[in-house]
Each structure stands twice: as structure tokens, then as C-alpha cells.
Design a protein. Structure first.
Length: 172
């Protein structure tokens, strides 16, 4: 028959062993997670820097093309059928201290029409001033906004604009 002292020794040793094993396994899991994170982070950093360099190159080319057009034109030609509008920065209707910046391009069915693009630019700005922040929150709200603006561009152009491409959409 076992004495109470022998039972205590056995359970105390078992608890200590379990605690040490759990501590070692936790340290291994944490170290492995850190290692995987460092490897993945390094790969993401390389991809991000490559993407940033590509974006900078594209922006420089777009800037060069915009400067080569007439003076301070509010738009830039990327393709004969695609016309990039000047950035639109305006406040929202609610809350009035929220600002939105939108950069879009219009895809024309045939050749681009700068005067029509200017009308659409003004129409987009006027529409953005009527939008409230809750209307455009989340992916569904943004999709509705894109659909509304594209539809307005098609209607304003009598079908000469087929699409509106969004380059940037920023809310502050």
C-alpha cells in the first residue's frame, strides 16, 4: 500500500514534467512562428519594393505624358480611347469635414473627347458632394458608388463612354 507522501511525490514530479514540456513546446512554437514570419516578411518586402518601383515608373510615365499635353489640362491621355481625368478632391455631404479624393479614367468607345470628359469630370465632382460617408462605407457601398458614377458617365456621354476606371479612391 502507498503512503500519502509517495502519492504527493509522484504527482508533483508529473506536474513539473508536464509544465516543462509545455514550456519547451511553447518556446518551439513561438520560435517557429517568428522564423516563418521573418521569411514571409522578407518575401513580402521584396514584392512590395518591386511593386513600388513599378508604380513609381508608371506614375513618372503618366506624369511625362500629362506634361506633354497642352498646359494645365485637367486630363491626360494614356491610350487613344482612355482619358485620365484630373484628381477630384471634395468634401462629402455628411459628415461635412470628411474629404474624398477620386482619380478616374474614362474608356471611350471610339476616340476620346476632352470636352465631354470635362463635363463628366464636373458631374462626378458634383455627385461626390451629395454622397454621405455611410453610403460608401464597405465594399458594397464602394461598388454602388462605382456603378452610379459609371452609369452617370455613360448617360452623360450618350453611350460614347463605355467604362469608368478607378485609379484612386481615398477618404479622409
Amino acid at each position: 500500500m502507498k503512503t500519502p507522501e509517495e502519492d504527493t511525490k509522484k504527482s508533483g514530479g508529473s506536474f513539473l514534467t508536464t509544465a516543462i514540456v509545455l514550456l519547451v513546446l511553447s518556446a518551439l512554437a513561438g520560435g517557429g512562428g517568428w522564423l516563418v514570419g521573418m521569411i514571409a516578411g522578407a518575401q513580402n518586402a521584396k514584392q512590395a519594393s518591386a511593386a513600388a518601383e513599378q508604380a513609381a515608373t508608371d506614375m513618372k510615365q503618366a506624369g511625362d505624358e500629362a506634361q506633354s499635353t497642352e498646359g494645365d489640362a485637367p486630363m491626360a491621355m494614356v491610350d487613344p480611347q482612355i482619358l485620365t481625368l484630373a484628381p477630384i478632391t471634395t468634401n462629402l455631404s455628411f459628415p461635412s469635414d470628411s474629404w474624398v479624393r477620386v482619380e478616374v479614367a474614362l474608356v471611350f468607345e471610339k476616340e476620346a473627347d476632352p470636352s465631354l470628359a470635362e463635363l463628366i469630370h464636373q458631374d462626378v465632382m458634383a455627385y461626390m458632394r451629395t454622397v454621405s460617408l455611410p453610403q460608401i462605407e464597405g465594399p458594397r457601398g464602394f461598388q454602388h458608388l462605382r456603378d452610379d458614377l459609371s452609369e452617370r458617365a455613360v448617360i452623360r456621354s450618350n453611350g460614347r463612354v463605355s467604362k469608368m476606371l478607378f485609379w484612386t479612391f481615398l477618404i479622409e
